[in-house]
Write a protein that binds this ligand. Sequence first.
Ligand code: PEP
Ligand code: MN
Length: 346
Amino acid sequence: MIISMKLHSTRQEIEQVCERIRDFGYKIHAIEGEERVVIGVVGVGDVTQCLESIEAMPQVESAVRISAPYKFVSREFRHEKSQIRVNGHEIGGDQFIVMAGPCSVESEKQIMQAAEGVAKAGAHLLRGGAFKPRTSPYDFQGLETEGLKLLAQAKRETGLGIITEVMSDRDVDLVSEYADVLQIGARNMQNFALLKALGRSSRAVLLKRGMSSTIKELLMSAEYVVAHGNPNVILCERGIRTFETYTRNTCDIAAIPALGELTHLPVILDPSHATGRRSLIAPLSRAGVAIGADGLIVEVHPAPEKAMSDGAQSLNLIQFQQMMNDLEPYIQLWKHSRVTEAVAAV
Ligand code: PEP
Ligand code: MN
């Protein structure tokens, strides 16, 4: 249930409503807004009776039942898009955000070259995996803590915020010491112990769509994080598994505007994992801008032919710079339509 209070209701009035809600056996889960307070309510009980009782309170503007199974991340709960602040940038706002860097952190030289190159080309955040989820146990598993330290060094020297993967609930505190955004990989989208631990974290979370997950399942996973206390979730379309084999995954490009209809959370596109092919990254990125994604996460390596993971889907620094230049006119159009949408929404 979502309860909207009348404008400028007092603390005492809000508390009276919360008390009535608790009397019905429900839990208060979020209180939003400054001018108009919106109370989120979850639990099991007699919804109809509770709604009627709350609606009859004079300080309440409206009380509605949210039909979506994902409550707090739904557009029903919050009509305006959410903006998530990360290292001085706002994701989901009027800036198109680009996260770029290698699949894995491999060495000091590699990550520093990557960081300097992507910063120069206009990226806003540096990506790089220190804990790597690999299909084969014999493949490179990441530099772990040493990799995190190298990312911190890259941040100090370039000012770029850091996004890096966390694979286990046991590592959330460790990775949070170094990362501005905690990346949850496709393979862990439904690791519920991890999602709950992220709910207790103060870091923003990038939740990647599982390779066999529906849009609804992605939203339910986001709901886990938000319901456990962390509202700062960014979603990522990274391709799903289909019968097609030419591309590593099939990019479900329509998921981006579909998610825009269903949720207020920002949505970004990963053209690298969605295609597995370097040649397809720039055209897919253009499509991502055109379709209204909030940003991109792109694999970029100073020497992709030597990469320890995902070299075939990584751009080199020159290619990345070229792509950023080529995207610029599209990003200008994107900004224009953001302003138009914002005006229309008022
Ligand atoms: C990655 O970003 O390097 C990665 C492993 O992505 P995904 O979880 O989408 O496969
Ligand atoms: Mn990768």
